[in-house]
Design a binder for this molecule. Structure first.
Ligand code: IFM
Length: 441
C-alpha cells in the first residue's frame, strides 16, 4: 500500500515533474533550434535519432495535461521553461508566442489550484549559444541572467518556486566528459569550465531574481549513491572520487563555497583563472534545495584509465528498464547527509524520483504494479528521513507522462500517464490512479 497524505506532516507538498524539451514539441510555436536537435541529428547519439520536435505535443494539449495533473491531486507541478522557446537565438528578441505559452501554463495551474514550480533550464540550450561555446564560455552566466529576467518578467509574479538549472552534473560532466548528452563532448578542459560556469550562471540567476523581488528560490541537484564494488581500499577510494564528482562538487560549490579536493585533483588545471573569486556569486543564498534521486552504482578502481580512474557496474538488486538498481535506502541516506553536511535547516524537496518500466497498454489498461511498489518504497524512505529530523517538505514524482528520455529516445517510459507516440493519446496507468488516491486532499 502506498503511504497517503495523512502519513506526512501537514503542508507536505506532493507534486509531479516534467521538462519542456521532453514533452512540449519544439517544432511548434516559434521555438529556436537547440543543441539537442543538433546532437540527435548526429548518427549514434540518440536511439533512432529521435528528437523532441513533437514529443508529447504538450504545446497543443496543455489543458488536457493540466486536467490530468488536477485529477492526480497534486499540490504542485514542476515544469521547465525552454530557453530556446523564449529566446530563439538565446539572446536578443524574445518569442512572444513562447512567453504567452508559459503565461497561459501558469494561469492554467493556478486556476486548478496547483502551485507552479518553475525550473528555468532543463537542457535545451539554443544552438546559437552552443555555437559560441555554450557552457564552456564564461559569458553564459550573463546570457542566462538575461534569459532569467526575460521569462521572470512574465511569470515571476505567479511562480510558487524557481530553480535555475536542473541537474548540474548532467549539464556538466555527462554532457562534456562522458559525452552522452548534448553537446556530446569528451574533453576534460571543457568539463571543468562547464561545471564552474553552470554554478556561476546559477548564482547569477539567483541574484537577478532577488533583484526583481522574486522569492522561494532553490537549487536542484541529481545524486547517485556510490558504493564500493568490493571491500578493497582501491574500490573505496574510487567510490569516494565518484561521489565527489557526482554528488559533492555542486552542493559544495553552492553551500560551502569550495570544491572537493578529490575533484580538484583532476579538474583544477583546467578551471578558469581566478575561479575562487566567483564563489560570492555561486553561494548566493537560496531558500531550499531539491534532490533528484533514482539509483545507486557500484564503483571500482580502474588504475590504467585516465583520471578519475574508476569503472562502474550495477549490482544484484532489482532493476528498472534503464538497468538502474532500485535502492530506496539511498534516498534516505542522501536526505540525511545533505542536511548534515550542506544545507542545515534549509527545506529539502525530492524534486524527482521515479522509474522507467516496460509497461505496455493492454485493452486500454496499463498495469504497472512495479511502479507502485517503487513509489511506495521511496515515499517510505522520505518518511524515514523526516522521522530522523530532516526537514523534507515535498516530493515530486518523475514523471507525469511518458516522454522523450534524451539519448534513449521514446523507449523508456517513466510516466504515470501512458502516451501513445503515434496518436498522442494519454491513458492514466494503474500507478496514476493509486497515487491520485494516496494524494487525495
Ligand atoms: O528524464 C530525466 C530528466 O530529464 C532528468 N532527471 C532524470 C530523468 C530520468 O532519466
Amino acid at each position: 500500500m502506498l503511504p497517503t497524505r495523512a502519513d506526512f506532516p501537514e503542508g507536505f507538498v506532493f507534486g509531479a515533474a516534467t521538462s519542456s524539451y521532453q514533452i512540449e514539441g519544439h517544432g511548434f510555436g516559434g521555438a529556436g533550434r537547440t543543441h539537442w536537435d543538433d546532437f540527435a541529428a548526429t548518427k549514434g547519439n540518440v536511439i533512432q535519432a529521435q528528437n523532441g520536435q513533437i514529443a508529447c505535443d504538450h504545446y497543443h494539449r496543455m489543458d488536457e495535461d493540466l486536467d490530468l495533473l488536477a485529477q492526480l491531486n497534486v499540490d504542485a507541478y514542476r515544469f521547465s521553461t525552454s530557453w530556446a522557446r523564449v529566446l530563439p537565438e538565446g539572446r536578443g528578441a524574445p518569442n512572444k508566442e513562447g512567453l504567452d505559452f508559459y503565461d497561459r501554463l501558469v494561469d492554467g495551474l493556478l486556476a486548478r489550484d496547483i502551485k507552479p514550480a518553475v525550473t528555468l533550464y532543463h537542457w535545451e540550450l539554443p544552438s546559437a549559444l552552443a555555437d559560441l561555446g555554450g557552457w564552456r564560455n564564461r559569458d553564459i552566466a550573463g546570457w542566462f541572467g538575461d534569459f532569467t529576467e526575460t521569462i521572470m518578467r512574465v511569470i515571476g509574479d505567479r511562480a510558487w518556486s524557481v530553480a535555475p538549472i536542473n541537474e548540474p552534473w548532467c549539464v556538466g560532466w555527462l554532457s562534456h566528459y562522458v559525452g552522452a548528452h548534448a553537446p556530446g563532448l569528451r574533453d576534460i578542459r571543457a568539463t571543468a569550465r562547464a561545471m564552474h560556469h553552470i554554478l556561476l550562471a546559477h548564482g547569477t540567476s539567483i541574484e537577478r531574481m532577488r533583484g526583481m523581488g522574486i522569492g522561494n528560490l532553490g537549487a536542484v541537484c541529481n545524486l547517485e549513491w556510490a558504493a564500493p564494488a568490493d571491500a578493497s581500499e582501491a574500490a573505496h577510494a574510487a567510490a569516494a572520487r565518484y561521489d565527489a564528482i557526482y554528488n559533492r562538487f555542486f552542493l559544495g560549490g553552492m553551500f560551502k563555497g569550495t570544491y572537493p579536493d578529490l575533484v580538484l585533483e583532476g579538474l583544477e588545471p583546467h578551471l578558469p583563472r581566478n575561479w575562487q573569486d566567483d564563489f560570492p556569486t555561486i553561494t548566493a543564498p537560496v531558500d531550499w534545495c531539491g534532490l533528484n534521486y533514482y539509483t545507486r552504482t557500484l564503483v571500482d578502481a580502474a588504475g590504467d584509465e585516465p583520471w578519475p580512474h574508476y569503472s562502474q557496474s550495477s549490482g544484484d538488486l532489482p532493476k528498472t528498464s534503464m538497468g538502474w538498481e532500485i535502492y530506496p535506502q539511498g534516498l534516505t541516506d542522501f536526505l540525511v547527509r545533505t542536511q548534515a553536511e550542506y544545507t542545515g535547516d534549509l527545506p529539502l524537496y525530492v524534486t524527482e524520483n521515479g522509474m522507467a518500466l516496460h509497461d505496455p497498454i493492454e485493452d486500454g489498461v496499463v498495469d504497472d504494479t512495479a511502479r507502485q511498489d517503487f513509489y511506495r518504497d521511496h515515499l517510505e524512505a522520505v518518511r524515514t528521513a523526516i522521522a530522523l529530523g530532516v526537514p523534507v517538505k515535498g516530493y515530486f514524482l518523475w514523471s507525469l507522462m511518458d516522454n522523450y528520455e534524451w539519448a534513449f529516445g521514446y523507449e523508456p517510459r517513466f510516466g504515470v500517464v501512458h502516451v501513445d507516440f503515434e496518436t498522442l493519446q494519454r491513458t492514466p496507468k494503474a500507478s496514476y490512479h493509486a497515487l491520485s488516491a494516496a494524494f487525495r486532499k
